[in-house]
Design a protein. Structure first.
Length: 449
């Protein structure tokens, strides 16, 4: 008999089925016992009586099992409206353990997994199996899918870029150095240089790639290894064309994912995102003026928005423009990477932008310098050695059109959409100063013992 998934069982009422999955909970009531079985489609309740009740009672959380039984409708008073399969259950006739589980170190059967972050991550191979944690990565997978679909609607070609580079993408010291066959190389800080090169090939490109930042800090919004979703567009007619594109992609991702998984947003207590017909746009100086008027904080000397400022300007956008998004443009040229195009009307500021969502920056980008000589001069001004960027600069010697692009942080976007407290919760296997799979302090403690 072919296996039936939990979500398919409702179509087979009165029929015998075989399900396979993991034991999520076990509940014994004397001669009757219940177990919730979790497979890739979701949870389903199994009931046993007499000998099958004894078998269910002997099960342990996370045992992998195969169960044969009849699909039956639950009595009206026993319907579980919170469960997609809550109107049915399987009356077990055979229960076989495929693989035994060791005793789990904490209860995995609750609706929520209430663990401190270090414990949650120290047991990552186990905690990822909890239904509430799985929801995070279903949302993340959907965001990535929707990004790809939106990029294709912009007629972009998907590319796959290296994660080892000859030079530091952004310049500066926040890079991981690699001994590359006796030569010095770096883990890429972003796919930036390669996607710009590919504009000279395909004109419009996108990629989902890893980025590595050796930032000496541990915050709730930064990772040492992050997933970036990047788009680069050539032959642009105006700066506004880039703003239109980034807002289209951002709104498409959030809107379509929210509509696809309303039950997950409900499970996390998240309101449906506000997406207006036009995302409000402000220059950095305009945004700072608004924050100053609302809070009294003098931001005239600040070169960027800090986290409190981002939250405040998003509150303004929600209250005044009925939007959970706001685009901020024209950041100081000296605060942006060497390839960022200065504004010809005021070169102190650049043709750059951030997209904020519910109080957090989820995207950054700019129009790029496409003239070879100007780009080399900008590199030297930023103390970036052009000799380390030969392949990159080659692309600008052979007809690079006006172009620009942007990059979303997948983990950060996931965190913000679901209202998570730490970006590490939105990373399957987070990397930071304290952890590569396992916490360094935990490894040292075990070695000392």
């Amino acid at each position: 008999m072919k296996r039936t998934l939990a979500q398919e069982a409702a179509k087979k009422i009165g029929k015998e089925v075989i399900i396979k999955g993991w034991v999520h909970t076990v509940r014994s009531h004397g001669k009757i016992a219940f177990t919730d079985i979790l497979d890739r489609s979701g949870l389903i309740q199994v009931v046993g009586s007499d000998s099958t009740a004894e078998k269910i009672t002997s099960l342990s959380q996370q045992d992998a099992v195969e169960i044969k039984g009849i699909v039956k409708e639950r009595g009206e008073r026993y319907i579980n409206e919170d469960l997609a399969t809550g109107k049915i259950e399987i009356e077990a006739s055979e229960i076989n353990i495929i693989a035994n589980s060791e005793t789990v170190p904490f209860d995995m059967g609750g609706k929520d997994l209430t663990l401190e972050l270090p414990t949650l991550l120290d047991h990552r191979a186990l905690t990822l199996k909890h239904p509430k944690v799985q929801m995070i990565f279903k949302i993340q997978a959907s965001l990535a899918d929707e990004f790809r679909e939106a990029a294709k609607k912009l007629n972009c070609t998907e590319i796959f870029v290296p994660t080892i580079a000859a030079g530091a993408t952004e310049g500066g010291a926040e890079v991981f150095k690699v001994d590359y066959y006796g030569h010095e190389a770096f883990m890429t800080q972003s796919p930036q240089l390669y996607k710009q090169i590919m504009v000279g090939v395909f004109e419009r490109v996108f990629t989902i790639a890893k980025a590595y930042r050796a930032e000496p800090s541990v915050t709730t919004r930064h990772l040492a290894e992050a997933t970036q979703m990047d788009i680069e567009i050539g032959f642009i007619e105006s700066f506004e064309e880039l703003l239109d594109a980034l807002e289209f992609v951002g709104c498409e991702m959030i809107k379509n994912t929210s509509e696809k998984y309303p039950e997950i947003l409900d499970a996390f207590g998240i309101e449906k995102p506000l997406i207006s017909s036009a995302v409000p746009r402000l220059t950095l100086r305009e945004a700072q003026d608004i924050v100053t008027k609302r809070t009294g904080r003098d931001l005239s000397g600040e070169l960027d928005l800090n986290p409190d400022d981002e939250k405040e300007i998003c509150d303004w956008a929600k209250e005044e423009k009925n939007s959970d998004f706001v685009t901020i443009t024209h950041f100081p040229t000296k605060k942006r990477a060497f390839y960022t195009m200065p504004d010809s009307k005021d070169p102190e500021y650049s043709l750059s932008y951030d997209l904020l969502f519910r109080g957090l920056e989820i995207l950054s980008g700019s129009q790029r310098i496409n003239d070879y000589s100007q780009l080399v001069d900008a590199m030297k001004t930023k103390d970036v050695d052009p000799k380390n960027f030969g392949t990159y600069l080659m692309a600008f010697k052979f007809g690079m059109p006006p172009e620009g692009g942007f990059s979303f942080g997948l983990e950060r976007l996931t965190m913000k959409l679901l209202g998570l407290g730490n970006v590490r919760e939105a990373s399957l296997f987070p990397r930071d100063m304290e952890r590569v799979d396992e916490r360094f302090s935990k490894i040292q403690k075990e070695e000392d013992q």
